[in-house]
Design a protein around this ligand. Sequence first.
Ligand code: PHE
Length: 385
Amino acid sequence: MKIWRGQILSAAVLAVSLFLSGCNKPPGESFATSDVIKVGEFASMTGSEATFGQSSHQGTQLAIDDLNAADGVLGKKLELHMEDDQSQAGQPATVVRKLISSDGVVAILGEVASSRSLEAAPICQENKIPMISPASTNPKVTEAGDYIFRVCFIDPFQGTVMANFSRKTLKLQNVAVLTDAKSDYSLGLAKFFKEGFVADGGKIAAEQNYSSGDKDFSAELTAIKAANPDGIFVPGYYTEVGLIALQAKQLGITVPLFGGDGWESSALVPIGGAALEGDYFSTHYSPQDTSPAVQNFVKEFKAKYNSTPDAMAALGYDSAMILAAAMKTAGTTDGAKVRDALAATKNFAGVTGKITIDANRNASKAAVILTINNGQFQYVQTVQP
Ligand code: PHE
């Protein structure tokens, strides 16, 4: 009898503590009584794309700090719960599940890399937790469902921008394309670039593939050299792009290389060095933009982190600001209502330009083209959608 009562008592204690910790409530509603608003973020803080995660996280954290300094949202402070996915497939699903079911976040910001956003999106959708990718440009990301948004342009646009630039401005006629076959981003951008370049009257001289993590590109580059192209489009991420540029020069390839936003990293030039001089890539923003929005952001970012913010930092900042604005409009952190407010976002003045969320939950925005000059990224031009 005594034991039986003891069991009831411990079961009751367990039930109460589970209730208090919120672990047994449905996601999204469970933590409504908390005195902070928990926002989740997943980012590649370590691994092969570490600069992507570090930059986007710094921008996101700066936005959260700015919002909290201005009294937070709905009378509460925001609390950012960030998880490192180590640039590794499989990790986004694990950390996003944890953010939703054990941390109890009401929304999720992330990722930069499209393949990792694609992994997390169905989980956010299933749990009705709004997700905003700062920088994933593959069209499939937001196709995961009506809770999935992004604050950047998509690759059909980015591919066309680089097709037009290489064909009409650089006057290239015959280009090779070197694609990372393991990356949704690279595959998509290669496809949209090729379509645009051919539509502009150019020819694809050669196509070669590699896999993220590869270190030796001599076989692919030798095949490309044999096709005698007048430029090489490399829609990859900076670690491989830097090595590809180096090895191309070692093989005597002198034609320009060009690519997309995946090149943008403070680690690109340290890897590729002088081999990257005169190459080009498209991205989302330039810290050299003289608009007050950009210059104020650059100043504030430098004061906090002692470095110049890149595109991922600016997009991370915008992703958190758009989420906060949607919560204010919704008057609640309820997932469905925040989702509706996000979908209705129009002309939001972001650091990376005016953001209007379209019917497919994407943003239509200008791209900028940068070149590498004396080891620095230098602004070339802005291309409107
Ligand atoms: N757009 C890239 C992707 O979808 C990620 C990226 C964004 C990289 C911005 C650098 C700068 O994978």
